[in-house]
Design a protein around this ligand. Structure first.
Ligand code: SF4
Length: 62
């Protein structure tokens, strides 16, 4: 699975790295970005939870 943060949409709330720091981190622009290319195993559920929790739906998972 891939998780991708839309940099245009992200408002930098910090929620996704707090839910799933193994997959998301904040970058120097104050936006979230992916730490890993491929999300697998036990991280899938928490990455999906982070995507569902994003207030502006900036995270797509596929
Ligand atoms: S939860 Fe959404 S708005 Fe907040 S930092 Fe993550 S991608 Fe950006």
């Amino acid at each position: 699975m891939k998780a991708v943060v839309d940099q245009e949409t992200c408002i930098g709330c910090g929620l996704c790295p707090s839910i799933c720091p193994e997959v998301f981190q904040m970058n120097d622009d104050g936006k979230a970005e992916e730490v890993v290319d491929e999300v697998s195993g036990e991280l899938v559920d928490s990455a999906k939870e982070a995507a569902d929790s994003c207030p502006v739906n900036a995270i797509s998972v596929e």
